[in-house]
Design a protein around this ligand. Sequence first.
Ligand code: USQ
Length: 391
Amino acid sequence: MRVLILGMDGYLGWPLALRLLARGHDVAGIDNLYTRKAVDEVGSTSGLPILSPEDRVHAVRDIMGKELEFIVGDVTKYSVLSKAITKFKPDTIVHFAEQRSAPYSMINVKHANFTLRNNLTGTINLVYAVRKYEQRNPGKKIHMVKMGTMGEYGTPNFDIPESPYVNAQIGGKNDKIVVPKFAGSWYHWSKVHDTNNLLYANKIWGTTITDIMQGPVYGTRTKEITNDKLFSRFDFDGVWGTVLNRYCVEAVLGMPLTVYGKGGQTRAFLSLEDSMESLRLLIENRPEEKGYRVVNQFTEVYSVKDLATMTKEVAAQQGMNVEITEVENPRVEENDHYYNPEHKILPSLGLTKPTRNIREEMGIILKDLAKHKERLEEYKEAILPKVRWRK
Ligand code: USQ
């Protein structure tokens, strides 16, 4: 299969390229290297060293014996995306090329607008470019795999269905409506708007789409990342880092683990390895032609307080004694809430449980990070959260 990855330089894009190459697929990717610059903008860097795009391609050739095409370009420029599709002729396009930090989107009006404009424009460009390509190549149907987020749903007091629509009764009348969503940042809302736009493209043009609602990902390794030259980026600062990866860095630096508020916030998590395996399964098992598939992508549900307790225990086994602290929650979110997302599509494709136990995975992350302690130490100032939802 020929797979084009938009956002190939990112935390998920890079390991996905490696996974698909290892499976024997032809892979090309586009990235404008924006995350590298935006992480620098907040005074941070990737906690694990990553190679330049050029060196990444060389490393893949040397270590895996595979050829990879890396296009440095911006998918919010329609012509860049359209040309890449015409030239590469993909069967599947995976779209990760979005601003993916909730705190970044909440910095100020400039960052909110950038997030909404950037994310919505890239997705609209993609549906139009795919439409044009399909019209010019009769019989060819591209499968779009779009990375959305579990955060689109918020934390509703009902079971979160794994479906684009639900049946509802309003004013005594029955109808099928789009699953109600209530996101918790401009970033998360940008993904809700994307989902609506994708549903509409599917309705009017029959674009074949898998819309993935993924929870926070943790981890440093996948089956292919066995050589440090193949590391994916690893963010840990208050803007770009996600909760468990941040706890692991805090543990390595001997800082208290930063639970926001009381830590009752419950989310659906998965490891980097399981994210790659899920994506592989969804790419290799496409929905029916003109289908629209929503997938809740996670393996386990935890509260952020539980994760901190587990991190503390695993760190102690490696001789790191850390405390847990409740910092004032910079976000506006529920502490005590119901959370029960439906999860049947990935198990039906074979992913029934996490590849590795979460504690084992934490142990691996801590060992990888400990080797880069000096690098992390240098960016310690960037760890505590500074962006507040209500200023
Ligand atoms: N949190 C802490 N301590 C920290 C950092 C975060 O308690 O040091 C809490 C937050 O308050 C929140 C939860 O952990 O309740 C998750 O926060 P996060 O920063 O790990 O994740 P989030 O901002 O929601 O976004 C991340 C990715 C995003 C993806 C999303 C999936 O950055 O791209 O869409 O996870 S989800 O959370 O399911 O929406």
